[in-house]
Design a protein around this ligand. Structure first.
Ligand code: UD1
Ligand code: CA
Length: 451
C-alpha cells in the first residue's frame, strides 16, 4: 500500500515571539520539524510532504532532500493546509497520514500503528487522542453514548460542558486518501475564517462512517509546542525519554536532569555519564568509559575504557584507555590513539597522537603527527600557522619534547630526540640528539650505548 505523510508547518507560530519560524526551534540539537520527519519517515512508503507558507525558504532549507514541499500561500487553517498538499500527493496513494510539525515527540511506532490500523479499517479515519487533566488549548474529543468519536470541538468554540472533556485531539490522523480529498472540500469556514481539519470527523460521521480512535498511553507524545514554555516541556520530555532508553540499555547516568543526549548518539554498556554532560549528534562512545562531569562532545568517536573529565570534543576520535582532562579540548580531526594521556589545558586539532603519547599540561598541537610514546612537555606549542598557511609537524617515536618548546613548522623531530626546556625549534632535528636554545642549536649527539 502506498502511504505518505503530510506535515503541516505553514503557520509562523506567533506565540513563540521569535524571528525564527516555530518549527525551526531546536530541541536537543535538532529542529522540531527534523524530529517529526525523522519519526514519520520510517513509517511511510513515500517521501513526506511538508506544507510550508510563512518563512517557506528557511523551513525548506532546513529539511531539504528529506521531504517534498507544498506551498500554502495563505494560512486559512489546518484543513486548507492539508488540501494544499493534494497536488503533491500521487494519485495512487492509498493512505495519507497527517501530522503537525509542532508535535516533536511523536514516536515512529505510533505513526506506524495508526497506519496499520487504517490499513485494516473499513472507515476513512484512524486518529490518536490522549486523556489529560491539563487541556493546553487542545481540541476536545466528543463521544456519543456508544462511546464512538463523533466530533472534535476546538476550545474557542466549545460549550462549558465540552470544555470539561479530558480526552484531547493531538492531531495525528490517518486517512483513506480519496475520501480525504473529497471531505476537505466540504469543510465550512469557521467564524474565525479558517477551515479546520478537525471538521472532517463530523463530515465522516454525517456520512454514517465510524471513526477509529486510539488513546495513547504516553502523554508526552502529545506535547505540542505553541510557545517557549511548551518548548522547554518538550525538551525535558525528550531528554527524559532518551536518558531512560540509555539507562535501560546498560548506561549509568548519574544525574539525568543535567545530562543531555541527542537522538543519534550511541553509548556502550557500563559507561558512566557524570552530571552536566552534553552528548551531541554523531557521537559514539564505547563500553566502560567515564564521561564527564561538565563535558561537551559532538560528532566524535570514543573507544572503550576511556576517561574524559571536564572536556570538550568536537569532531574528534579517541581510542581505548585514553585519559583526558580536566579542560582538554579536541577540535576537528584530532585523533588520540589508545593509551594517550592528555591532561589539563591542552588543545589538539588536525593531529594524530599515537599510542602511549603523554601530553600532561598546557599544550597546543595542530597539524601534527606525534608518534608512539612521545612525551609532550608542559607548554609545548606547534607553531603551525605562518599567517597564511598551516604547516605540519612530525615528532618521531620516543622523543621527549621539553617544557615550553616551540615547534616552528614545517618541522620534524627525529626518533628519540630531546628538546630542552624553552627551545625554539626552527629546523628539523635528527634522531637521537638533544637540542636546546633559541632558536635551538645542536648541543651534542646522544651517546649510542645509553639508548
Ligand atoms: C490544532 C488542532 C487541535 C489540536 C491541536 C494540537 C485544528 C483546527 N486544531 O490546534 O484540535 O488539539 O492542534 O495538536 O486542527 N498550520 C498550517 N496552515 C494553517 C494553519 C496551521 O500549516 O493554515 C500548521 C501550523 O504551522 C502548525 C499546525 O498546523 O504546525 C497546527 O496549527 P496550530 O495553529 O498550532 O493549531 P492548534 O491551535 O494547536
Ligand atoms: Ca499547535
Amino acid at each position: 500500500m502506498k502511504t505518505t505523510a503530510v506535515i503541516l508547518a505553514a503557520g509562523k507560530g506567533t506565540r513563540m515571539k521569535s524571528n525564527l519560524h516555530k518549527v525551526l526551534h531546536p530541541i536537543l540539537g535538532k529542529s522540531m520539524i527534523q524530529h517529526v520527519i525523522n519519526s514519520v519517515s520510517p513509517a511511510i512508503s513515500e517521501k513526506p510532504i511538508v506544507v510550508v507558507g510563512q518563512d517557506a525558504e528557511s523551513v525548506m532549507a532546513a529539511v531539504e532532500g528529506q521531504a517534498q514541499f507544498a506551498l500554502q500561500t495563505e494560512q486559512l487553517g489546518t484543513g486548507h493546509a492539508v488540501l494544499s498538499a493534494k497536488p503533491t500527493v500521487t494519485a495512487d496513494t492509498d493512505i495519507v497520514l497527517v501530522s503537525f510539525a509542532d508535535m516533536p515527540l511523536f514516536r515512529t511506532e505510533t505513526y506506524a500503528k495508526l497506519i496499520q490500523l487504517q490499513q485494516q479499517n473499513t472507515g476513512p479515519i484512524t486518529m490518536a487522542t490522549v486523556i489529560a487533566q491539563d487541556p493546553r488549548g487542545f481540541g476536545r474529543i466528543v463521544r456519543n453514548e456508544q462511546n464512538e468519536v463523533v466530533a472534535i470541538v476546538e476550545e474557542a468554540v466549545a460549550t462549558p460542558e465540552q470544555l470539561l472533556i479530558n480526552e484531547l485531539n493531538i492531531s495525528a490522523y490517518c486517512f483513506d486518501a480519496n475520501w480525504l480529498w473529497d471531505a476537505l472540500t466540504k469543510i465550512k469556514k469557521s467564524p474565525k475564517g479558517e477551515y479546520y481539519l478537525t471538521d472532517v470527523v463530523e463530515i465522516a460521521v454525517s456520512q454514517g462512517e465510524k471513526i477509529q480512535a486510539i488513546v495513547l498511553e504516553d502523554n508526552d507524545e502529545a506535547i505540542g509546542v505553541n510557545n517557549r514554555v511548551h518548548l522547554s516541556e518538550a525538551q525535558a520530555a525528550l531528554q527524559k525519554r532518551i536518558n531512560q532508553e540509555w539507562m535501560l540499555a546498560g548506561v549509568t547516568i548519574i544525574d539525568p536532569r543535567t545530562t543531555y543526549i541527542e537522538t543519534d548518539v550511541h553509548i556502550g554498556i557500563d559507561t558512566v555519564i557524570h552530571p552536566n554532560t552534553i552528548l551531541k549528534s554523531g557521537t559514539t562512545i564505547g563500553e566502560n568509559c567515564q564521561i564527564g562531569p561538565d563535558t561537551y562532545i559532538i560528532g566524535s568517536q570514543i573507544g572503550n575504557h576511556t576517561k574524559i573529565f571536564k572536556s570538550v570534543l568536537e569532531f574528534a576520535k579517541v581510542g581505548n584507555h585514553v585519559d583526558m582532562g580536566p579542560f582538554a579540548h579536541l577540535r576537528k580531526n584530532a585523533h588520540l590513539d589508545d593509551h594517550v594521556h592528555m591532561g589539563n589545558f591542552g588543545e589538539v586539532k588536525d593531529s594524530y597522537l599515537a599510542p602511549g603519547v603523554k601530553m600532561g599540561h598546557f599544550s597546543y598541537i595542530g597539524n601534527a603527527t606525534i608518534n608512539e610514546n612521545v612525551n609532550i612537555g608542559c607548554g609545548t606549542i606547534t607553531c603551525n600557522y605562518d599567517g597564511k598557511k598551516k604547516h605540519p609537524t612530525i615528532v618521531g617515536k620516543n622523543a621527549f619534547i621539553g617544557s615550553g618548546t616551540m615547534l616552528v613548522s614545517p618541522v620534524e623531530i627525529g626518533e628519540n630526540a630531546t628538546t630542552g626546556a624553552g627551545s625554539v625549534v626552527t629546523k628539523d632535528v635528527p634522531s637521537n640528539v638533544i637540542v636546546a636554545g633559541t632558536p635551538a642549536k645542536l648541543l651534542k649527539k646522544k651517546d649510542k650505548d645509553k639508548q
